[in-house]
Design a protein around this ligand. Structure first.
Ligand code: C5P
Length: 225
């Protein structure tokens, strides 16, 4: 029987603050962190670099299965992301990379190819898993599950701020459009659509700061914190 490693899942649409809350929680608990969206972003980037059409499921799935990825922890807590030994941390964070990720993420065989890789992140002392289907598909037995929500406008504004702070190009109007388009694709796909797990705690973050959301998450995890 394999060891039971506690997992906390944080799911929700893009720009809802999942990444920030997940990283804070991982640091607070001293647990590992899985940024599952990065795996879909990396798959899309690898396809683009090899000239493979994102819609070509038969060619994209083997790429997902054989991704040579490394997450190197840095002092500021943000992991450096390497693809084929080359740093791509910024390349996978562009708005286009997010849209590309949602195209490859809709392919069932791509999701299947990334499933075990995601589960392998569950190592002692515990894992915080950030994504869309962490609580529903990847870690259905997680100790705690959260689903964060916020309006598309609020999320676009947050994403805009993040991109500008990173020195990347951003346009608020097109971010709202991209977020709505990405939400639609994520919610309506047949394989692991974006939805809260039945046993997830939903938190609307529209009018809440990071500290308030973090406190609410912690208050629901008193057995592990
Ligand atoms: O979270 P992030 O914005 O990096 O995710 C990029 C895209 O990857 C999402 O829009 C979604 O289509 C896909 N994704 C997914 N399942 C996950 C994480 C991300 O389908 N667990």
């Amino acid at each position: 029987m394999s060891k039971i490693v506690p997992v906390i899942t944080i799911d929700g649409p893009s720009g809802v603050g999942k990444g920030t809350i997940s990283q804070l929680l991982a640091r607070h608990l001293g647990w590992h962190f899985l940024d599952s969206g990065a795996l879909y972003r990396l798959t899309a980037l690898a396809a683009r670099r090899q000239g493979i059409a994102l819609e070509d499921e038969a060619l994209v799935a083997p790429l997902a299965a054989s991704l040579a990825v490394e997450f190197v922890p840095t002092a500021d807590g943000e992991a450096k992301v390497l693809l084929d030994n080359q740093e791509v941390s910024n390349d996978i964070r562009t708005a286009q990379a997010g849209v590309d990720a949602s195209v490859v993420a809709a392919h069932p065989t791509v999701r299947a190819a990334l499933l075990q890789r995601q589960r392998d992140f569950a190592q002692p002392p515990g894992l915080i898993a950030d994504g869309r289907d962490m609580g529903t598909t990847v870690f259905p037995n997680a100790a705690h599950k959260f689903f964060l929500l916020a309006s598309a406008e609020v999320r676009a504004k947050r994403r805009y701020k993040q991109l500008i702070e990173k020195g990347l190009d951003a346009n608020l109007g097109s971010l709202v459009e991209e977020i709505e388009q990405r939400d639609e694709r994520d919610r309506t796909r047949s394989a692991s659509p974006l939805r809260p797990a039945d046993d997830a705690v939903s938190i609307d973050t529209s009018d809440k700061g990071i500290d308030a959301v973090f406190a609410e998450v912690l208050a629901n995890c008193t057995d592990v914190v």
